[in-house]
Structures are given as C-alpha cells and as structure tokens.
Ligand binder design. Structure first.
Ligand code: ACO
Length: 436
C-alpha cells in the first residue's frame, strides 16, 4: 500500500511515500527526492521483495547530471543547454567537451582540446593491418567497429589505470579522436578501397568525410554545407541519458573494465536494430512505400497492426522529438547540395498523414530523430550499413561522459536481481534413468 503525503498549502513541503507491509503491519515513510524514492530505503522494510521492472521503465539506475530529457514537453538539454541552441551555435567537439567537463570551454580550453583530439586521430598500424584487414571481405562495418574498439584495449595497457586521472583523460581523447578513423577504415575495407590516413589540417567532421571519400586527390575538398550538416547530426546524437548503449557502458564500466572494453559493449548495444538501426528501417520503409499514392494504404496497414511506422514513437518522447525538427531543417540544406532524396516527398506526406490521424494523435506518436536522419545520410552517399557507425562516432562522447561520471560517483557494480520462475530443487538423474 502506498499513500502520498503532501501537506496542503505548502509547495515547499517535501513529498513522501508511506509503504506498509500488510503481512506484518510495519510501515515506513520514504522521502521522494528528485522525483524518485531510494530502493535502499524501502528494501529495509521488504527484504527479498524485488521490484520487477524488465526494461527498466520505472527504475533510475543512477544519478546523472549530463543530459536531461522531458519527454512530454519535447525538451533535451546537455548540461542544461537546449539542444536547439547547441545545434545552431556549437560544434560537435565543443559539445563533447561540454558533456565531459560540465561547462562550455573558454577559447583557450577549446584550442587545447581540439589540438589534443587532432593529435590522437591516427590508429596504430597493426589495428588496421592485423585486425581490420583480417575481416571477411563483406564484413559489416559496425561489426568491424565493435571489434576494433575492443582491440584498442590491447594496444593501450595504461587504460587499465582507470583511477589515474591522466590515464583516464588520455583514453577519452584517444577514443573520441580515433572513432572516425576506425569508422572510415571499416567502410573502406568493406568496399575494397584503400585506407585513408587522417588529415589533421581538417576539422573533426571534415576529416571524417575525407577519410570516407578521398580517392587520389592530394587534398580532399569537403563541402562546407555537408560538413556542417554532419557536425549538427553529431551534436544531436552525442548523448541521450540512459539509453540502451549508455546503460551498457555504465554496466560494464561499473565492473571497472577499461574504457575500450566498455565502449565496445556500448557499440554492440547500438548495433541492435531496436536502437541504432531505426533510421535504416525508415529508409527501407520509405523505399517500400515508393510513391505518394501508397502512403494512405501504408498508414492503414500500420493502424491495423500489420507493421510499425518506423521513425515514429519513442519510449520517452510523447511529443515531437526536438532532434527530429533540427534534422528536418538540416535535410533541406543538404538536399540543396546533393539534390533532393526522392524519398523525401514520401516522408513528408507520411508525416502529414500520421500527425493528423487519430491513431497517432491518441498514442502520442511523433517523428523521432531517425525519421529524417537516414534520408540525409543516404543523400550524402553513406551506405545503409554505415548508419549505426555514424551514430557510434558522436555517441562515444556521451558514453565516456557517463563512464567518467560513474567512476567519480564510486558507483557500485551493476548487479540486478531476478524473479526466479524455474524448477524448485530436485535430485540429479543418471543419464540411463532419464525418460525420453
Ligand atoms: N507505429 C505504429 N504504432 C506504434 C508505433 C509506431 N511506430 N510506436 C508505438 N505504437 C503504438 C503501439 O502499437 C501501441 O499501441 P496500442 O496501445 O494500441 O497497443 C502504443 O503505440 C504504445 O507503443 P509501445 O510499443 O508500448 O511504445 P514503447 O515506448 O514501448 O516503444 C518504440 C517505443 C520502440 C520507439 C516504438 O514507438 C517503435 O517501435 N517505433 C518505431 C521504431 C523507431 O522509430 N525506433 C527509434 C526510436 S529513437 C532511437 O532509438 C534513437
């Protein structure tokens, strides 16, 4: 039994919950702090009673001050700064600094940070020769990335000194800097193109594009509009509180694994189509719909439960995902350079139909970040296999910010409990006596 105990007339009075164990009549009052109650408090009254919450839909597994999501209002803040303002005025590298250091850098701090990242963009030759070149010719670039990130831990034995601040900072720099190099290398290998070394005269996103697309020209000319759009997409994907991959990072990090191993686990989580693969599903869905004439029929099929409208709906956002609005705007700028992705008209019509349909309105289903991002990536020439890789590059900053935060918090090892629903104790049966 739980009751709310809010003193009338005083908005400043602390809220609390009273839990009564009806088996014993014992009660306990637990304060509601930061919109939650501490499990450590009520578990004293109810030892052995587990809070059953598969998928962690109502469980806060940590405290965090990195990003804030208000799903009802459609708000996303990084360290208090609205995502819209960061997308308009900042750069991915500045946002990475913000996520990791809690404050925007001064000009001097930013110069130092950018210089450090730039000096760590190269990967050890053996990462490429022994690991990346060892993959099968048609290896998926995300599978290669997961493995290559894990392999980095064997190149930097100092990474195990996770409580040494200098070592920790160095691994953070290395990971953020090397991610685009590994990502581009994985792509080049998967299409049989030679590896392109980083060009440290270029900014972060431009350098990545150079490593992706350079052929024989001495200096790759990047298009400023495409570079800017990619940098904005990197900002939008840099963090999103306790999503699946960040949770993987925190869980593995809580065991005090080195950051490369923890980051590889996070990458592996992102590889899953329910997480990092949704924009790919959007492109496939739009391709399948094919023309404006088929939109109404497709929406009808969605309403009958035959399929889902990919890129719509979100576990947390029950409003327009603020990132989706920015992506939609960037799409126009990109298409002005690349030519319009022919699937855009289908996407716009689909959004218009869905947003005025009672099925989607009543369930509060709005476009999420993935609805338009795949169209941009496709127009820029990225193969669909690269979509989760493009997500992993910027999310590395968020993963690392959470890793640094959990170590600073001295977080206990993640070790959830379970509701056991298997056999009760029974004696071993010798093989000859088992019934077939
Ligand atoms: N299309 C049609 N109906 C939907 C959709 C959708 N995209 N999403 C939810 N619904 C319906 C469900 O059928 C359900 O209806 P019901 O109440 O009649 O049974 C209701 O809305 C609630 O849906 P849930 O599945 O309970 O919502 P949940 O929060 O568990 O799922 C999710 C969120 C997985 C994102 C879901 O909306 C979905 O599958 N969307 C499509 C995939 C997608 O775009 N994923 C990207 C998410 S953003 C990211 O990961 C970066």
């Amino acid at each position: 039994m739980a009751s709310r105990d809010l003193e009338e007339g005083s908005s400043l009075m602390p809220e609390s919950i009273t839990i009564t164990d009806n088996r014993t009549g014992e009660s306990m009052e637990i304060p509601i702090e930061d919109r939650g109650v501490a499990a450590s408090a009520w578990s004293k009254l109810l030892p052995g009673i587990w809070f059953y919450d598969p998928g962690f839909t109502v469980t806060a597994a940590c405290q965090s001050s990195i990003s804030y999501v208000d799903g009802d209002a459609g708000v996303l803040l990084y360290r208090g700064y609205p995502i819209e303002q960061l997308a308009e005025h900042s750069t991915y590298l500045e946002v990475a600094y913000l996520l990791l250091n809690a404050e925007l850098p001064t000009a001097h701090q930013f110069d130092g940070w950018r210089g450090e990242i730039t000096h760590h963009t190269f990967i050890h030759e053996n990462v490429r020769k022994r690991f990346l070149d060892g993959f099968h010719y048609d290896a998926h670039p995300m599978g290669m990335l997961v493995s290559a990130v894990a392999a980095l831990s064997t190149f930097y034995s100092d990474a195990k000194d996770i409580f040494d601040t200098d070592s920790r900072n160095k691994q953070v720099l290395r990971l953020i800097a090397k991610m685009p190099t590994l990502a581009a290398a994985a792509h080049r290998f998967s299409v049989g193109m030679p590896f392109v070394y980083p060009d440290n005269t270029l900014e972060f996103a431009a350098n990545f594009l150079s490593m992706m697309w350079k052929v024989a020209e001495p200096h790759f000319e990047v298009d400023p509009v495409l570079t800017h759009a990619l940098d904005v997409l990197f900002i939008l994907h840099a963090d999103h509180e306790q999503n699946c991959s960040t949770t993987a990072m925190r869980v593995v990090g809580s065991a005090h694994a080195d950051p490369y191993s923890a980051c590889a686990a996070a990458c592996a989580a992102l590889y899953g189509p329910r997480h990092g693969g949704a924009n790919e599903a959007v492109v496939r869905m739009l391709t399948q719909i094919g023309s404006l004439d088929n939109v109404d029929g497709f929406v009808a099929a969605v309403k009958q439960g035959q399929c889902r409208l990919q890129g719509f709906g979100h576990r947390v956002y029950k409003n327009y995902d603020p990132r989706a609005k920015i992506v939609k705007r960037e799409a126009e700028a990109v298409f002005a350079v690349t030519g319009k992705n022919p699937l855009l008209d289908v996407a716009l019509k689909l959004e218009e139909v869905a947003l005025s349909d009672e099925y989607f309105i009543s369930r509060r289903l709005y476009p999420n970040v993935d609805f338009y991002s795949g169209l941009i990536y496709q127009a820029m020439g990225f193969p669909i296999d690269m979509f989760p890789v493009l997500f992993a590059i910027p999310r590395t900053a968020g993963w690392l910010a959470h890793w640094v935060e959990l170590l600073a918090q001295g977080q206990r090892i993640a070790r959830p409990r379970q509701l056991y629903v298997g056999e009760s104790e029974r004696p071993y049966v010798p093989i000859g006596e088992r019934l077939g």
